[in-house]
Design a protein around this ligand. Sequence first.
Ligand SMILES: Nc1ncnc2c1ncn2[C@@H]1O[C@H](COP(=O)(O)OP(=O)(O)OP(=O)(O)O)[C@@H](O)[C@H]1O
Length: 259
Amino acid sequence: MLRVSNLDLAFDQLILAHNMSFELAPGKTHVIIGPNGTGKSSLLKTLFGEVRPQRGTISFAEQPLDYKQLNQWRQSFGYMPQDIRLDIGLSVLEVVLLGQLKALSLKLADSLLEQALRALDQIGLLHLAHRDIRTLSGGQCQMILFAQALMRDPKVLMLDEPVSALDLHFQQVLLEHLQQQTQENNWVSIMVLHDLNLAAQYADNLLVIKQGQLIAQGSPKQVLSADLIHQVYGVETDVLYDSLGLPFIRTQRQQKQVA
Ligand SMILES: Nc1ncnc2c1ncn2[C@@H]1O[C@H](COP(=O)(O)OP(=O)(O)OP(=O)(O)O)[C@@H](O)[C@H]1O
């Protein structure tokens, strides 16, 4: 279990979390949603130990985050940040292998190489293994960073808007793979998404954040109502339900279309 208790987080006068508490269970995909600039990325950075909160405690598997032992804390984490630009002269395979940086030495173990190639194969990008990472498209880069995060074999996997550059096919590949691996390996997976329909489809647990408050938490069916969406984003929506009974959100046009 990843536990956050009584978290206060602010940059000067800007309050991003006020007395925030939540628990994230293993084997589940947890999705954070909320308006731009509300502090979702900062919250992930706080869990990673990159940003220090003013108050509160964070623990994983009953071990508290100790800032003097950050390397040890981060060994449990795979972290895929929002920024996907990679301006380094490495091949795709080398970038994936960096996920296992601590295991790399002058002689590369065959098993590690196989693991990296398998990770690329599983997401359908083995054919890119020997390309220079700088020659890839934005979406391809995003998928490679996902493979790198998987390579870490994390206990906690954090993904900040991991599908922002992906087409429909690769959105599905990444999110299905993530959910399957999370269940099989009992990871705590935490993902920031803006697309409420993807959040509805893939979240086991949805956390809604606005102005420093966790204003709702639960299954997408429990959480995603037109009222809540209006409260969070100020947007009128119709909330429908798909064939699996999951919410499906459609925004209402502000202006009537002229025929
Ligand atoms: N190191 C920092 N110092 C000062 N302010 C910061 C710092 N990092 C982030 N902020 C501010 O904190 C606020 C929240 O930023 P953050 O990136 O966490 O939001 P977000 O919810 O992830 O946004 P988005 O949905 O747009 O990606 C923003 O106003 C941002 O400018």
